[in-house]
Ligand binder design. Structure first.
Ligand code: SF4
Length: 198
């Protein structure tokens, strides 16, 4: 079967750069499903940035919004992601990054300045309201320090003028969701509760 590097979902173009991820979230789609909407998102080989831009160019009249989502964490391929985002902006598209917010830890530097002008919206998985609870849900290779790194990334994105959406999945208790909403408000980010898909 061919690898799925781009696909459409709810009218948006989704870009699947990598299956690598620093986390192993309890609610991750990857635990139960091969992909979304009939697209197998497990890659036998990551697409090159040129291959992906070529594929996008073929469908460029069919979408206004592009989402770096993957079946993994796109910031593992930061340079390639920014190259593609640049091309998307040149096409007049809006860009969103769906992320675990650990791109700065993964790349060993604050990556937010590099996103400015290329990524319009960052949808960040907040997951829980403190480091210990976050780690129980997210099971990151970075352990409990991941929580602060994710918040710092989100804070820097807000400061840089990127539209930030913090999300939780409705597998956590309602009291925790309320605390997560308060964190989003304090950061000046939008907030959304996502439904668990299995
Ligand atoms: S960060 Fe995203 S891709 Fe990675 S394990 Fe969690 S839900 Fe899955």
């Amino acid at each position: 079967m061919k690898d799925t590097y781009i696909y459409f979902f709810e009218g948006k173009l989704y870009i699947n750069l990598t299956n690598k991820c620093s986390n192993d979230c309890t609610f991750c789609l990857r635990n139960n499903m091969k992909g979304i909407d009939g697209n197998n998102l497990w890659l036998s080989r990551e697409g090159t940035k040129e291959e992906i831009v070529d594929l996008i160019s073929e469908v460029k009249d069919k979408f206004a919004d592009a989402v770096f989502c993957g079946y993994g964490e796109s910031t593992y391929r930061l340079d390639d992601m920014l190259y593609i985002a640049d091309r998307l902006k040149a096409m007049g598209k809006r860009t969103r990054l769906d992320t675990n917010g650990l791109g700065s830890l993964i790349n060993g530097r604050d990556i937010v300045p590099e996103l400015v002008g290329k990524i319009d919206c960052a949808s960040v998985s907040l997951n829980e309201y403190n480091a210990q609870k976050y780690d129980e849900v997210s099971r990151s290779v970075y352990g409990e320090k991941a929580f602060d790194a994710m918040l710092e990334f989100s804070r820097e994105c807000v400061k840089a003028g990127i539209d930030v959406l913090l999300t939780v999945v409705d597998v956590i208790p309602n009291a925790d969701i309320i605390k997560c909403r308060e964190i989003a408000e304090r950061l000046g980010a939008r907030f959304r509760v996502r439904s668990y898909i299995q």
